[in-house]
Each structure stands twice: as structure tokens, then as C-alpha cells.
Design a protein around this ligand. Sequence first.
Ligand SMILES: Nc1ncnc2c1ncn2[C@@H]1O[C@H](COP(=O)(O)OP(=O)(O)OP(=O)(O)O)[C@@H](O)[C@H]1O
Length: 324
Amino acid sequence: MSALVEVADLSVHFEVRQWGFLRLGAVQAVDRVALTLAEGESVAIVGESGCGKSTLARTLLGLHRPTQGEVRFAGRELSGLRRGELRAYRASAGYVQQDPFGATAPFLDVRRILAEPLIIQGVGRDEREARIRAALEEVHLTPVEELLGKFPHMLSGGQQQRLVIARALILGPRLLVADEPVSMLDASVRVEILELLRRIQGRRRLTLAFITHDLSTVRHYAERIFVMYAGRLVESAPVDALLDAPRHPYTQALLGAIADPDAANARRQRELPAGEPPSLLDPPRGCRFHPRCPHAMAGLCDRDDPPDFDVGERHRSACWLHRE
Ligand SMILES: Nc1ncnc2c1ncn2[C@@H]1O[C@H](COP(=O)(O)OP(=O)(O)OP(=O)(O)O)[C@@H](O)[C@H]1O
């Protein structure tokens, strides 16, 4: 499989200022992340709230500029794109946000919401109408005729997220970034929306980056998992290897914290280690997980940054435990 997205040594830091001028420091939301997504691959990026998942996702979409490092899409570096090229890139990369309610303008009807990206790309009226109808069919927002004139507040939460998905797909992207696409929805519609995304991903051979804090759902929706902690990528592996034999102490703790309904797995129900993720304004030296890690080695983990170690087939873990 050829690479579609290549991220190298990527850092995204946000300057924090008081009264607009006094520099307090920088939030290291994403720090020295490297990853590659293959064309047609479905991956999940997981981690606790505030670990930098959304910042990474938005940087893949060209919405944040890297502080350091680069993001390449189909071989082209995003920060080197000119305005017209960036517009073309936006057509290649769809975005499904967490909050479907806030993602659409309340005063536009469904037809107009879906027409907007097509108008920006200069698509003519007849073709627009045909593509809008096809998009609504694809996400099962039917009967199409009835839906076209509705406004977002007339739709249920699940219907609104289908609309957001239709809009993300309408320009025929090669990459779809879905940031916690079901976390604001009722439990009853979550599976439907996840199934829909999976079917569309398979049918269109899309590269799907699925951002979530919920490891319990990813087995069904991703081929590979990337685990983030405090702005860093700490482990990546094919989904079965990561869920069945996690190697990084943070992933092990995260998995242990999942309430697993399967009694055979009840022994895995542990708590995350005490403490909070560190402040990204002043992250700990060495491994960022070391203050919470049960295996932390004094003089090493609190001093030196662990590199990525190969611990299996396409399985990498950034932990000093693997150094032999
Ligand atoms: N524009 C910004 N300016 C300053 N700090 C920011 C900005 N955007 C994000 N951050 C900070 O960067 C860190 C990572 O945030 P991010 O939203 O990427 O995490 P996340 O893992 O997606 O969390 P959540 O699941 O809660 O959305 C947080 O500390 C957040 O406060």
C-alpha cells in the first residue's frame, strides 16, 4: 500500500500569553510525532482528553501550522501549498467534527449546506444537485426529497451527524478525519453512525483517521491504532496486537481501565495509575508518563526521552523497558 499521509517529527505548540503580550510559555499539544497512513487504511488515534488528538487531526487537515516538522499528503508538504493548492487539498481531506450541532450553519437548509463546498470548488448547478442527492443517499438521509429543505434543528442528532458526514464526502476526498464522531450522540445511534463510516470507508477505499478516547470501540473500526499521551505518540500497532498484547505501560493501563463486559476479561479491569496527565505547558523531563508509570526507572525514564522501539511486526512502543 502506498503512503497517503506522512507525518515527520511534527510538533504543534500554542503560545500562551497573559494580557495579550506577556508570554507565559507554549502548550506542547503535539510533540515530535511521526506516523504514516497508507492509502485506504483505517486507523484510530486514541488517548485521554487533552492529549493532543484533535490538534494532530486538525494539523493533518492543514488547519494548524506545524511549529516544527512536516505533514505530507500524496507526497506534497502542506505548509508549502499555495492558496489554490490548499483549496484543492481541502477537497481531498474531509473532516467530521465531534459536535454535529455546531458544525452546520443553523440558517442554511440541507441542500445549501451540501452545496457550499461544491460552489467553492466551482461545480455547476446541475451537477451540484445530482451530487447532493447522491450524498444524501449514501449516508441514508432519506427520503431525499423531504430532507433537502430541512434546517439542522429539524433533524435528530444522528441525522445531523449523517449530514456532516455527507458534507465531508461530497468532494470525493481520499482522507477522512473523524474526530470523536459519536461522542455527542445518544448511545442508540452511535453504532449506526460508526457502521456507516466503516461501510463508506470500505466502499470508497478511503484513508480514515478515527480520533477517539474510547478504546473499547476501535477493534471494529480500525486496522491500526496509535496511542497518544501528553502530546506524544507512545505506541502504534495493528489493532489485534495492540489490544491483545499492548507493550507500553500507558496503553496497558488504558486498556485495563476499559470496562470489559466479557467476564473472561474481567481480570483486565484495573484503574489507570494515580495522578493526572501532566500540564503540556511544562511536561515532565524524559518520558512524559514516568510520574505515573509503575515501571519507571530512576535516572533513566525521568531524564531521557525514550525513542520508538520495534517490538513486533509494525508494532512500536516508546518505552525504555524495551531497550534490550
Ligand atoms: N488553539 C489553542 N491554543 C492554546 N492551547 C490549545 C489550543 N488548542 C488546543 N490547545 C491545548 O492543547 C492541548 C491538546 O488539546 P487537544 O484538543 O488537541 O486534545 P484532545 O486529546 O483532542 O482532547 P479532547 O478529547 O478533550 O478534545 C490541550 O492542553 C489544549 O488545552
